[in-house]
Design a protein around this ligand. Structure first.
Ligand SMILES: Nc1ncnc2c1ncn2[C@@H]1O[C@H](COP(=O)(O)OP(=O)(O)OP(=O)(O)O)[C@@H](O)[C@H]1O
Length: 563
């Protein structure tokens, strides 16, 4: 079995789609192999029937034929190269697309995979699988054809000498079988090192400013240097092993060549063989070397690709289905019954959240406010209790559809490299410019956007060239564009000046009187809103941390509301 049954679930469709391309490349490479096999035979004819027989007519005839075949081989080589590149690149793209999709659908119940590690798998491991499943297998089939054809032609020239390579092959096979486990473990080591290296790069670069502020950049650089050294050492070990394995087949090849030279030379001296036969025989023996190595190398290439398949499989296995039924858009209420998210530290909470109301979700840092809201979109697993939308369990709906109903503005606003307009349209892809400008005004960004390039203002990756308040305003502008009947503002105003926050809150109030708005805020003007409901999470164990905005009044409130 090349791969396990679980992997076949995602690999089989990729291979099925690649099949026509593989077929085309296979046909072309078999044709090229047939041409390649014919050439030494023609050389033999040129020598024996032309040169040795002193027949100029035949000499010219076979030489011309040989030249034509050579030209054909060149043309075929080019065509094969182009078709091969196209088909194998298509297959890699297909595999990466699926793996990327799986990475985007990662089940929140699974531990996060570091960014760099995920990227190394998407790029490096997909490439390794593509190289094996496409390139290596194809090369091996071509090699098999060349080998069989070559051996047949050699046997046709003289069957006795074919016994030499045939007898040596089992020795090589035994050696390769014994060597395979080490090939696999070394490949695993190298791939893991590559993942670790990418993780360090991605994490360090994304924390560049923090590390610089702490004076820790050089230490990270030194750590990266050490990782590089151990990667190089791993690569050297892998290479040395590959060379050792390869050397064995080369030595056996040299034994075959020496044997042919000795025995064939002896047959020519005795007058049993014409010289052309010896030359053709030697050419075939040399030609067999590459295919034999490819074929036997296939066995080890599969061991390496198994490592890559397992690493990519971990991405596929951790993905979940995001589709599912949609909750009613005209929903009335969300009911929480003794609910707590996994990882949270508050007492189970019960509440009914009605459409059109304003709710403050309160509690000290780290108690589980964000996680509680995340259970509503199935972005955090439930530890106990239940959440329902109009009497139906949240689990009955698909996460994607739930996110269409409930917009959870994350605590850290996500800004992508691109224009301001592109960033806003993430929330409403079909919104016109007028709607975007309206959202900018409502999010208190109109003046700023006009002073820049308007909707065409370029934003840097993660919004690194913006102030914290600007990033939060862009995130809020997206909320004004979204059509979600429920919105969660998770510390969405924490970095905005008081006057600005008041303006945005007033705009929210006017714009969305019918929606359910849930706020999480430790301090600032948000806490002064006229809430219909305050839900305060109280801890199951004494917490050392306390929110700055907590007042004796609110603590009193907490005791009343906590269930
Ligand atoms: N992805 C996760 N998997 C498991 N546990 C998590 C995850 N994210 C957060 N937690 C844990 O859940 C607990 C609650 O985190 P949460 O972010 O919900 O707190 P919070 O009340 O919103 O805090 P803050 O006010 O500081 O934002 C924390 O102890 C945290 O360590």
């Amino acid at each position: 079995m090349i791969f396990g049954t679980r992997e076949v679930g995602w690999l089989a469709p990729v291979l099925a789609r690649a099949l026509p391309g593989i077929g085309a490349v296979l046909a072309l490479s078999l044709l090229a192999a047939a041409l390649g096999l014919a050439l030494p035979m023609l050389t033999k004819l040129v020598i024996d029937r032309g040169i040795m027989a002193r027949d100029m007519g035949r000499l010219v005839h076979y030489a011309a034929l040989s030249f034509a075949l050579g030209l054909g081989a060149v043309a075929l080589g080019i065509a094969n190269g182009m078709v091969h590149l196209r088909a194998s690149a298509d297959m890699l793209a297909d595999l990466r697309q699926r793996a990327f999709d799986a990475a985007l659908r990662r089940d929140p119940a699974r531990k996060d995979l570091p960014l760099g590690e995920t990227m190394a798998r998407l790029d490096g491991d997909s490439g390794e699988i593509q190289r094996f499943a496409f390139d290596t297998v194809l090369v091996a089939i071509g090699a098999l054809f060349r080998l069989a054809g070559g051996v047949a032609l050699m046997a046709w020239l003289d069957w006795r000498l074919v016994l030499l390579p045939v007898l040596l092959t089992p020795i090589e096979l035994i050696f390769l079988t014994l060597a395979r486990p080490r090939t696999q473990s070394l490949a695993g080591e190298v791939r893991d090192q590559r993942g670790a290296l990418s993780s360090t790069l991605a994490e360090t670069l994304s924390l560049r400013q923090t590390l610089a502020a702490l004076g820790a950049s050089q230490a990270r650089l030194a750590h990266f240097g050490e990782q590089q050294h151990s990667q190089i050492a791993g690569l050297m070990r892998q290479r040395l092993w590959a060379e050792t394995v390869g050397a064995v087949s080369q030595i056996l090849g040299a034994v075959v060549r020496a044997g042919v030279l000795l025995v064939g030379g002896w047959l020519v001296v005795r007058g049993d063989w014409p010289l052309g036969t010896l030359i053709a025989y030697l050419a075939y023996a040399a030609m067999m070397q590459g295919p034999l190595r490819n074929l036997l190398g296939l066995y080890h290439a599969q061991a390496r690709s198994k490592v890559a398949v397992a690493r990519l499989d971990a991405l596929f296995a951790a993905a979940r289905d995001e589709e599912g039924p949609a909750p009613p858009r005209a929903m009335e209420e969300i009911t929480l019954t003794r609910l707590r998210a996994a990882g949270a530290r508050h007492q189970p909470v019960s509440a009914v959240l009605r459409t059109g109301s304003r709710v403050l979700l309160d509690g000290p840092s780290g108690i589980g406010k964000t996680r509680l809201v995340a259970t509503l979109t199935r972005d955090a697993p439930v530890e106990c209790g239940a959440a329902e939308i109009d009497g139906r369990a949240v689990g009955d709906f698909g996460p994607a559809a739930l996110r269409g109903l409930i917009l959870h503005l994350p605590q850290r606003p996500g800004i992508m490299r691109g224009t301001l307009g592109e960033n806003l349209r993430l929330a409403a892809p079909r919104a016109g410019d007028a709607a975007l400008w309206q959202a900018l005004e409502q999010a208190d960004l109109g003046v700023w956007a006009r002073s820049r390039a308007g909707l065409d203002t370029d934003l840097a990756e993660t919004g690194a060239d913006l102030s914290g308040g600007m990033r939060q305003r862009i995130s809020l502008a997206r909320a004004f564009l979204a059509e979600s009947p429920v919105m969660v503002f998770d510390e969405s105003f924490s970095e905005i000046d008081e006057a600005g926050a008041m303006r945005i809150l007033a705009a929210l109030e006017t714009r969305f009187p019918e929606r359910l708005l849930i706020f999480i805020a430790h301090n600032g003007p948000v806490r002064g809103l006229d809430f219909d409901q305050r839900i305060t999470l109280s801890s199951i164990a004494p917490l050392r941390l306390s929110s700055r905005g907590e007042t004796p009044n609110q603590r009193e409130n907490a005791r009343e509301k906590a269930v």
